[in-house]
Design a protein around this ligand. Structure first.
Ligand code: ACO
Ligand code: ZN
Length: 186
């Protein structure tokens, strides 16, 4: 598989994505309360209002929400970072760091997180030139580990005591492929 080289950017402009039963669109400020509610219900890691809005101001194209029946049921937010590749030694690259993703329990196993991840990776490549995606996940978080495995991520290192409660994280990464840019386009 070829990695994204920056071709065809123009024909890949983001538009709202409507899949079976849900829509993926970019975050808006008025979505903030609902996104914070989802984060509070689904994850032990919480953030300040400033943190959400700062990510949104800097990287609006990779802050996405999933809407089902006019209500937000999932979100993803990312930070674009310049740094060393997690996959190739000593290679400086632009990385899409998935800071947080969650889907409300009643709406899981419908492909919403998969769609959020694919759309965020595509936007990270098309809008910000990212060529790699990475994240941290609790070593005990089986559903999320399975999701990332299925999306082609691999474990790049174990980070001992990464979380406030002392649990370790797996850092996981994958390249963003040219094929990914076509996924999520309808
Ligand atoms: N058990 C086993 N496999 C699972 C599970 C599960 N509970 N959930 C997802 N998977 C795997 C399956 O392979 C699934 O494909 P399949 O349904 O065809 O078998 C695949 O992941 C894709 O699942 P999606 O439907 O796309 O994922 P979903 O929308 O249910 O969301 C998520 C997954 C985000 C992990 C959800 O369970 C959640 O919000 N959990 C709580 C919050 C969380 O843990 N977030 C990730 C933290 S790490 C981070 O934010 C960087
Ligand atoms: Zn992180």
């Amino acid at each position: 598989m070829k990695t994204f080289k920056g071709s065809n950017r123009e024909c890949l402009k983001a538009s709202p994505l409507i899949l079976e039963g849900f829509e993926i669109r970019t975050f808006r400020r008025e979505d903030l309360d609902r996104v914070i509610e989802i984060n509070t219900r689904c994850l032990p890691e919480h953030y300040s209002t400033f943190f959400y809005l700062d990510l949104y101001d800097r990287f609006p194209k990779t802050f996405l929400v999933a809407v089902v029946d006019n209500e937000i049921q999932g979100y993803i937010m990312c930070r674009i970072e310049r740094g060393l590749s997690k996959l190739r030694a000593l290679r400086l690259t632009r990385l899409c760091h998935v800071v947080s993703i969650a889907v409300m329990e009643a709406y899981r196993r419908r492909g919403i997180a998969t769609a959020l991840m694919l759309r965020a990776m595509r936007n990270a490549a098309v809008e910000y030139g990212a060529t790699e995606c990475f994240l941290e996940v609790r070593v005990s978080n089986e559903p999320a580990l399975r999701l990332y495995n299925k999306l082609g991520f691999r474990k790049t290192r174990r980070i001992v005591g990464y979380y406030m409660d002392g649990e370790d994280a797996w850092e996981m990464a994958r390249p963003i492929f040219e094929e990914d840019l076509m996924k999520g386009l309808k």
